[in-house]
Design a binder for this molecule. Structure first.
Ligand code: V47
Length: 619
C-alpha cells in the first residue's frame, strides 16, 4: 500500500503494520481503533483498504424503498416506525399501491416492513412475483432475517423453503436489517421479542448457500459498548469466511426520535459515524463493500465517509420511513444527479450498479478498467495514476462499459478487445500464460469426453475463458456441452456437471477444495499441451479517440509500473494473495507463471485463437 500516514497516536502503528501485511485485526485492535482520538489516521488506513478493494469507485443504485405495512407484532424499543393494528397511524399497502410507487427507471426495490399478524403467505410471494412481472428490469431485495423467520414460524415452512419460494418468485438478495447488535445483553434490553444472533445467521447463511447473497447491518450509537460493536463485526467476518455471501456491511447510526432510549437530539456525532465506518472497513477484510447510508448519516457525513472506507452510497432511496419516523433529518429521496455530484466531489467515480454490484454505468472521465485478480497485481501495485481513476471490474463487465464509451483504457479480456478492435487500440502489454496458470479452471467429476450434452456452470465474470473452454471442448475433444452463466453469489454447484471458475475464485477453489468436484483441469495447460503456445487472456488497450499524448503517457505509466512490479515479483502479490488464503510463496509462484509483455509468440497465439473461435462459432 503506497500510503504514508503520519500517526499522532502511536498506538495505531502496530495496527497499520498488520493492515499493510494483509493480516487480520483482532478484537483488541478494534478497541484500540475506537479508543484512539487520531480519527484522520484511522480514516487514512480505511481509505487505503477501500482503494485496494474498490479503486476509486463508489457505487449507487436507483432504488425505491417499500415498507408495505407498519403494523408489527413486535414492540422493539428502538423503533419508532412500528404500530399496533387499529392505531390511527397504521397503514397497509396493496400490491397495486406498491406497483404505483415503482417505475421503469428503478433498478432495485428494497422491501421490509412490520410483521403483520394476518397477512397470508401468498400475499408476500405474490407481491414479489407481481413486481417482477410488471418491472422485469428491477431486482428485488426483500425481507430481513426477522421477517423470514416470522414466515418460517407462522406458515410452518423450513427457512430454506420460505427462501426457495421467494427466490422462485423473483427475490434475488436480502437486506441486512434486523441484525441490530449481536449481543444478548443489548437484545434483552432493547428488543427482547426479536430474533437473536443465531437465528439471524441461520437465515443468512441458508440464503447464501442457496445463491441468495445478502447485506448485514449494525445499529450503533445507543446503549452498546465498543466491545459489542467490534464483537458484532467479528461474528460477521467469521460467517463470511464460511459462505462469502455478504455483499455489503451497513453501519446504521441510531436515530433517537421518540424512542426514549436517548434524548431526541442526541444523534451520533460525525466523528463517531466516520470512525465506525472506518473501523468496519478495517475489521471486515472479507466483506467487499461498506455502505454509507446517507439517510441515517446525513448527506454531509456520508460524503466524507467516501474517503473513510465507504464505497457505496446505497441509492436514491425513495419512500424510506423507518429512519424518518425516528427523526432522521435527511431528505426523503435523493435525485440520481445529486448522488453523482456528491460522489464526484469526493474525488471518486460514480458507478451505477445492480443488486450484485455489477457496474451498469460510470460517469467520469479518464477511467481505467482494472482486473481485480491477483494475476494483474504487477501492473497496478506501482501504477502512478496522475489524472486517471481506477475502476476494478470483472473482465466481461469492462467490455460492456467500453462499448458504451465509458472506459478510456484498461486491461481488456481478449474477446472484448477482438470485438472492439475498431474502437480500441492494443498496447504490447497483457496477461499471457507460459504453460499453466491455475486460475482458469474446469472442475468436474467427468473426463472431458464425459461432458458431452452436460451442463457446465460458468462464472459470470468471464468473456475470454468461456470461449477458450468452448474451443477446447469442441475442437480438442469434439464435445458439445451446455454452458450456463451463474450469477454472483452462487457457490452451491450441485446442479452442474462441471463448473468453470477464473481469477481469485479459481485460486481459492484450488487451494481449499470443497466444491464437490475432484477433477480440476487447468485450461491454459490444456491449450499449451494442444497447441504448444502461450494463451493470451487479456490485453491492455486504449480508446482510439484518446489524444496521442494521453496514449503515450499511459504507455509510459504502464511500462514503469510493470518494471517495478516484475522486479518485485517475489513479494508484490503477497498482500492480495493473503486475502484469498495464499502464502506469499504461493502468490509469487503463481505470478511467475505469466508473461506481462506481449511478444511475437503471443501475437501469433492470439491470431490462432481468433481463427479457432471463428470456426467454433460457424460450426
Ligand atoms: O433493522 C430501526 C434499523 C433497520 C431505527 O441491506 C433504526 O441494503 C436507526 O436494514 N435508528 C432497517 N436505525 C434498515 C436496514 C437497511 C437500510 C439500508 C440499506 C439496507 C441494505 C438495510 O433500521 C432495522 C433497524 O436496525 N432501525 N429503528 C432507529 N431509530
Amino acid at each position: 500500500m503506497n500510503t504514508n500516514i503520519h500517526f499522532r497516536d502511536k498506538n495505531l502503528h502496530p495496527v497499520w503494520d498488520k493492515v499493510q501485511r494483509g493480516e487480520r485485526l483482532t478484537l483488541q485492535d478494534g478497541l484500540i481503533l475506537f479508543a484512539s482520538p487520531d480519527v484522520i489516521s484511522i480514516g487514512k488506513m480505511a481509505h487505503a483498504v477501500q482503494r485496494m478493494k474498490s479503486g476509486d469507485a463508489v457505487y449507487y443504485v436507483v432504488n425505491q424503498k417499500i415498507e408495505p405495512t407498519n403494523i408489527c407484532v413486535l414492540s422493539c424499543s428502538f423503533c419508532d416506525f412500528a404500530v399496533k393494528q387499529g392505531s390511527p397511524e397504521a397503514y397497509e399497502m396493496t400490491v397495486a399501491d406498491i406497483l404505483a410507487k415503482l417505475n421503469s427507471d428503478v433498478h432495485e426495490v428494497h422491501i421490509t416492513g412490520g410483521l403483520h399478524p394476518d397477512w397470508p403467505w401468498e400475499y408476500y410471494v405474490g407481491m414479489v412475483r407481481d413486481i417482477k412481472k410488471a418491472f422485469p428490469q428491477l431486482d428485488v431485495k426483500a425481507f430481513t432475517a426477522v421477517e423470514i423467520d416470522f414466515f418460517h414460524k407462522k406458515f410452518k415452512m423450513p427457512i430454506a423453503e420460505v427462501l426457495r419460494q421467494l427466490y422462485d418468485a423473483g427475490l434475488r438478495t436480502m437486506p441486512g436489517g434486523g441484525a441490530e447488535v449481536f449481543s444478548e445483553r443489548v437484545r434483552k434490553l432493547l428488543f427482547n421479542q426479536k430474533i437473536g444472533a443465531k437465528t439471524w445467521f441461520d437465515v443468512h447463511t441458508t440464503a447464501h448457500r442457496m445463491g441468495i447473497p445478502s447485506n448485514a447491518t449494525l445499529l450503533y450509537g445507543h446503549i452498546e459498548t465498543y466491545e459489542e460493536r467490534v464483537g458484532h463485526m467479528l461474528r460477521l467476518r467469521e460467517a463470511q469466511d464460511q459462505t462469502g455471501g455478504f455483499l455489503s456491511f451497513i453501519p446504521l447510526a441510531f436515530q433517537p426520535g421518540d424512542t426514549g432510549i436517548k434524548p431526541k437530539n442526541e444523534f451520533t456525532s460525525a466523528i463517531e459515524d466516520l470512525k465506525t465506518i472506518a473501523v468496519s472497513r478495517l475489521m471486515l477484510d472479507n466483506v467487499p463493500h461498506i455502505k454509507a447510508y446517507w439517510v441515517m448519516l446525513t448527506e454531509e457525513v456520508a460524503s466524507v465517509a467516501l474517503n473513510f472506507g465507504a464505497d457505496d452510497m446505497d441509492g436514491t432511496v425513495g419512500g424510506e420511513k423507518i429512519a424518518h419516523d425516528a427523526g432522521a433529518v435527511s431528505p426523503m429521496a435523493m435525485a440520481k444527479e445529486k448522488l453523482v455530484k456528491i460522489i464526484t466531489d469526493a474525488g471518486k467515480i460514480p458507478v451505477e450498479r445492480d443488486v450484485y454490484y455489477n457496474a451498469l454505468n460510470v460517469d467520469a472521465a479518464n477511467v481505467i478498467g482494472q482486473i481485480p485478480y491477483l494475476n494483474s497485481v504487477p501492473f497496478y501495485a506501482h501504477f502512478e495514476q496522475r489524472q486517471f481513476k481506477m475502476l476494478p471490474i470483472a473482465p466481461r463487465r469492462m467490455g460492456v462499459l467500453a462499448q458504451k464509451g465509458q472506459i478510456d483504457a484498461g486491461l481488456f479480456s481478449l474477446m472484448d478487445y477482438f470485438a472492439q478492435e475498431e474502437s480500441l487500440e492494443a498496447a504490447r502489454f497483457g496477461i499471457a500464460s507460459r504453460d499453466q496458470v491455475k486460475s482458469v479452471i474446469l472442475l468436474t467429476n467427468e473426463g472431458w469426453r464425459g461432458l458431452h450434452g452436460k451442463t457446465i456452470g460458468i462464472i459470470d465474470d468471464t468473456a475470454t475463458s468461456v470461449k477458450l473452454l468452448q474451443v477446447l471442448l469442441e475442437k480438442k475433444y469434439g464435445v458439445k456441452a451446455n454452458l450456463e452463466r451463474m450469477h454472483a453469489g452462487v457457490n452451491d454447484y450441485s446442479r452442474y456437471d462441471a463448473v468453470m471458475l477464473i481469477g481469485d475464485a479459481a485460486l481459492r477453489a484450488v487451494k481449499e477444495g470443497g466444491t464437490g468436484f475432484y477433477l480440476c483441469y487447468d485450461l491454459a495447460k490444456e491449450w499449451y499441451d494442444w497447441q504448444k503456445m502461450p494463451f493470451v487472456f487479456a490485453v491492455w488497450a486504449y480508446r482510439r479517440t484518446l489524444p496521442p499524448e494521453r496514449k503515450a503517457e499511459l504507455n509510459e505509466l504502464i511500462d514503469t509500473a510493470l518494471q517495478r512490479g516484475e522486479a518485485e515479483i517475489e513479494t508484490v502479490g503477497a498482500v492480495h494473495g493473503r486475502r484469498i488464503h495464499l502464502t506469499p510463496e504461493e502468490s509469487a509462484e503463481f505470478l511467475q507463471g505469466f508473461n506481462y509483455r506481449l511478444g511475437d509468440r503471443e501475437q501469433e497465439a492470439m491470431r490462432l485463437f481468433k481463427k479457432l473461435i471463428e470456426e467454433v462459432e460457424v460450426s
